[in-house]
Write a protein that binds this ligand. Sequence first.
Ligand code: TYM
Length: 329
Amino acid sequence: MKRIFSGVQPTGNIHIGNYLGALIQFVELQDEKDSECLYCVVDEHAITVPQDPKELRQHILDVASLYMAVGIDPKKSIVFVQSSVPAHAELGWILNCCANTGELFRMTQFKAKSQGKESVGAGLLTYPVLMAADILLYDVDVVPVGNDQKQHIELTRDLAIRVNSHYGKDTFVVPDGRFLKAGARIMALDDPTAKMSKSAKNEHSRISLLDPPSKIKKSIMRATTDSEGSVRFDIENKPGISNLMNIYSAFTGKTVQELEDEYAGRGYGDFKKDLVEVTVSALSPIQERYNAIRNSDGLIDVLREGGERADAIAKKTLKRVQDRFGLGL
Ligand code: TYM
């Protein structure tokens, strides 16, 4: 049996980067034989930066509904909210005592988020340790994520190996990250040198999963490309069109080579128009399902039940770790 775990922050604007880098893998892995998947809405990670409490509650339900709208089936996978399992925060504390501040200050996401700020919350620094706790609590083998989480997965592995060498080699399972080829790093449409992000000011920098066709069209048609005009994959010199080709490829399964052949001698206009169609037809069934699920009565029950199932697994691991560390009675 292979255990899979991943999580998404409930911060609104879930976009095609989240989908093509992570969510699409969640569904793929759920349907693999002998896998047990846990998919978590990581609300405790969201409060590392200030959140409006009312909005946060809504975003938790939004993300849980999106999980199911993209195809995660709560009968096959455990879908739950992080804060409903107290062991995440408890193991997070234990792991904080095993992590070094130096390695946390070196995290590129911490550097980016704290840059230029006079004072930053301690949670922003220790965020990757809580992420390690999320994963290690469930004896996870595989963590499907986008490329931007690579360093955090490395830290998780380092912490697991460190604890194992001090407290016994089977204290934690050492997990592996799982990254896709085309979707692992979707870039911003207005600036293909920056990652597509939920928080960028320009709404045309991203395509959110719930965007209507008119917005999708506008964002793609005005996406930054170059003046050469040929549909050719070259990340270094043609990052804009290469990013669009990655998106096209991730949605359709066509290789970059196939796209180059298909669009040889045709301009960016044709390519973009087709990409609009590909994107709209991939997202519209997700949007339909989302609307039905988000307004259904059963949503909270699904999350409660998922929380209970996750809690039962997490409690056992936490007890094992506490015993190894000599905590409690
Ligand atoms: P979050 O909420 O920022 O993103 C959710 C998932 O989407 C991926 N992703 C992308 N993939 C491709 N291109 C992009 N532009 C892009 N932007 C985001 C992320 O890699 C992620 O897989 N720390 C995590 C949440 C987390 C977690 C965990 C993940 C907390 N605990 C345990 C896995 C396991 C985060 O902030 O993801």
